[in-house]
Design a protein around this ligand. Sequence first.
Ligand SMILES: C[S@@+](CC[C@H](N)C(=O)[O-])C[C@H]1O[C@@H](n2cnc3c(N)ncnc32)[C@H](O)[C@@H]1O
Length: 278
Amino acid sequence: MIKLDDIINFNNAVKEVSSYNLSDYSKKSLGRRIEKILSDYKMTIDSLIKKIKLDSNFLEKIIKNITVNTTELFRDPKIWQSVKYRVLRKLKNKDTINIWHAGCSTGQEIYSMLIILHELGIANKANILATDINTDVIEIAKKGEYIYKFNIEYIENFKQAIQVNPYNYEDKIDVSFTKYFEIDRVKNLMTAKPFLKNKVVFKKYDLVKQDNIFAEKFDIIFCRNVLIYFNAKLQKRVVNMFADVLSKKGFLILGIHESIFGAEALKYIKHGEFYIRR
Ligand SMILES: C[S@@+](CC[C@H](N)C(=O)[O-])C[C@H]1O[C@@H](n2cnc3c(N)ncnc32)[C@H](O)[C@@H]1O
């Protein structure tokens, strides 16, 4: 098992030769990722550190390997029902709705949101920014092309999130998945239709560095299943930054196992599954 000192030496090497800083990532999950890298590349920690110092392309590859990119369409379908019936109900009369997916991974979260915006007939009002530290996943998100067989079970999530009205079970909404995705069973691919993909601005953005790239405040920030990889100090910094770029009464939507503690919590009102900026 990898030692704490090895993780610290690895982090120091990354910091020394790049603008990345993994020092405030959770040591537990970072340790697991480094162990996986050592096993996949058949390297020792010393040879890994040596190579990242010498080879910047290799370092980029390793940073991408460090990130966990697990995601799914309509992940936790109940959240999406809340987004549809509670969050967007409050915003639908605005002229524009600014949305940021921070840590968008391969894009399924973005397309889930876009489908809901379309179903409510308000997609034309939405400005959507999608960011991640990992440019490989951003490229996949841009293409919106996924292996059909891996994603078929998420069509069930779609049904739960879109076709069921939790406030009136009689009201079954009849909408087909193929309205939004092209399915090619021979090639085993499903692809988001162009009218969905064209709406999104994609950018590389590191939540550790927190560059100020924002021209306007956001009405909704999704940062789901990202904070769990950070330590408490970095979680606080990120949640504070979100408070700065959210509009008053804007919504912050975290993963179902993530919450805000301490002084930062005073900036938000917890409302069911989401946080509202005071
Ligand atoms: C588990 S995925 C979550 C995807 C999606 N939000 C969801 O809940 O299904 C976490 C994502 O956070 C990204 N990430 C990790 N560290 C980051 C950082 N410092 N800045 C921006 N994104 C980061 C990873 O590249 C990965 O795509």
